[in-house]
Design a binder for this molecule. Structure first.
Ligand SMILES: [Zn+2]
Length: 500
């Protein structure tokens, strides 16, 4: 190993939902949203240290003796497939930078693992194969992937090692990067990285993948205990079902000092996942029943949290559907807030009108999911520019850019319901957006959040109870209703989900 190995650092993150109503453009990767804007070169060293983002973990955990060379990092909010021009632009920048700044002794890559493009089912596999073409078969590439990665044969083939988040909510992105750094250090020191992997024959919706609940809690707890006696690393990617691709679904990846150690571990863990198949359950409650229970049980000081799991921007949904909002109004909810409804025109109108102004709006519902926009008379209670420093466990230290925001009270109904609207799509996984609008989440009786699981990191501690709501959205959690076209033959839905 060189005394001062030169290590390239880069990232390109997207989770692509084949069923979302709009695709993902280059501008989506360039602008800031729930994560920072596209960054290149030395700027990466300024933006990411200390943040719970894998590239930040690379910077924080690499040995001081490594000469880190940051190239490019970007991400876009989950949505439909990435436009070809966007993929090609970022891939070319990354590979050109690798060539121009090289030669290197290793590469650390912060990828997602569920990127689909207009022309490619496996964005990351293609990116890795292009990198290999340039750097050759030997140079170590260690990759971090999201827990929702659909790990593919190409990813496993071209990466020297893969480390996957082990928590959902993803509170361990820094720690995953630290594991990736250790695997690269092992390889740089001359150690072997024999790989084995297994693709599981069934999919489970991400609403059944929370790692603070069973069966994922027990499965993920096993992983670190397995890493001994010649097994360097084992991970489980639970998959991202809304990607309509042949290689969709969960996978186990293992790396050992010997092929036998890796194979035995991958086989054993895959068997454990299979044994748990019937336990993967989304616990979906129809919207009307969920709201009835929330009103009955919620009290200011200890809200019931209604998770609008199928309208989660973080899984590519629009975050602007109105079924849950209508149900709160129809049933006369009090001390209730819904966050965050993505509606740039409503936010702009509220900013033009000002605090205390009353106006008539068609709220949300712009992308075809029933029941469409909600026509409402509202009073503007608070405004924000949407640049917010987060404090929850997942996003601590990250400044999100949600664009103009407003808190709107719905008037003329026998209910006390307010809606927090934003201009950049963002799943509400931190209390900061509500506090910026003068709402203390703990003081509510009912809090409706457009998120599937990530909100739990910051809201579970204040929640009396959490209910997964079944309402229309572009992130389907009942997989049996999804119009798949490209899944590989034999891939089935988790039996529990299919039996619901
Ligand atoms: Zn994820």
């Amino acid at each position: 190993m060189p005394a001062r190995p030169r290590i390239a650092v880069a990232g390109f993150q997207h989770e692509s939902n084949s069923f979302a109503p709009f695709g993902t453009t280059l501008e989506d990767f360039v602008k800031p949203d729930g994560w920072p804007a596209l960054a290149q070169g030395q700027e990466i060293l300024r933006v990411f240290p200390g943040l719970n983002i894998p590239v930040g973990g690379f910077l924080d955990h690499a040995p001081a003796t490594w000469d880190l060379v940051p190239l490019i990092w970007c991400s876009a909010e989950p949505a439909g497939p990435v436009e070809d021009a966007a993929f090609e632009w970022v891939a070319a920048r990354l590979i050109n930078a690798l060539v121009e700044a090289g030669p290197f002794d290793g590469i650390l890559l912060d990828l997602h693992g569920a990127m689909v493009t207009a022309s490619l089912e496996d964005g990351e596999g293609e990116l890795l194969s292009r990198i290999r073409r340039v750097i050759g078969p030997e140079l170590p590439i260690v990759v971090t992937l999201d827990l929702h990665a659909n790990v593919t044969e190409a990813m496993v083939e071209h990466a020297s090692a893969i480390a996957v988040y082990r928590t959902y909510p993803h509170v361990d992105m820094q720690r995953t990067a630290a594991r990736a750094v250790r695997l690269l250090a092992h390889r740089l020191a001359g150690g072997a990285l024999h790989k084995a992997w297994r693709k599981l024959p069934f999919m489970m919706p991400i609403s059944a993948q929370c790692t603070t609940l069973e069966p994922c809690r027990a499965l993920y707890d096993r992983l670190p205990r397995l890493e001994r006696e010649g097994l360097l690393s084992i991970d489980f990617a639970a998959g991202f079902p809304p990607a309509d691709i042949a290689e969709c679904g969960p996978a186990v990846v293992a790396y050992g000092e010997t092929p036998a150690a890796a194979e035995a571990a991958a086989e054993g863990f895959a068997a454990a996942v299979l044994a748990a198949e019937s336990a993967f359950d989304s616990h979906l409650v129809p919207a009307a029943e969920a709201v009835r229970q929330a009103i009955a049980e919620g009290r200011p000081g200890r809200p019931v949290v209604l998770a609008d799991v199928q309208d989660n921007a973080g899984a590519g949904a629009t975050s602007d559907t109105t079924t849950l909002l209508r149900e709160l109004l129809d049933q006369g909810a009090r001390d209730a807030v819904l966050a965050l409804l993505w509606d740039p025109p409503a936010a702009a109108a509220a900013h033009r009108a000002g605090v205390n102004a009353e106006l008539t709006l068609a709220l949300g519902g712009r992308y075809g999911d029933p029941p469409g926009p909600l026509d409402a008379r509202v009073r503007v209670e608070a405004l924000s520019d949407g640049d917010l420093l987060c404090h929850g466990e997942m996003l601590a230290g990250v400044t999100v850019a949600l664009g103009p925001m407003a808190l709107l009270r719905i008037l003329g109904r026998d209910a006390e319901v307010r809606v927090a609207v934003c201009s950049q799509r963002f799943q509400c996984m931190d209390q900061a957006p509500l506090r910026a609008l003068g709402v203390e989440p703990r003081d509510l009786a009912v809090l409706a959040i457009k998120s599937t699981v990530h909100f739990r990191a910051d809201f579970e501690p204040i929640a009396r109870r959490i209910i997964n709501v079944e309402a229309p959205g572009a992130h389907p959690c009942r997989l049996e209703s999804v119009p798949y076209r490209r899944l590989r033959p034999g891939l089935r839905l988790a039996r529990a989900a299919a039996a619901e």
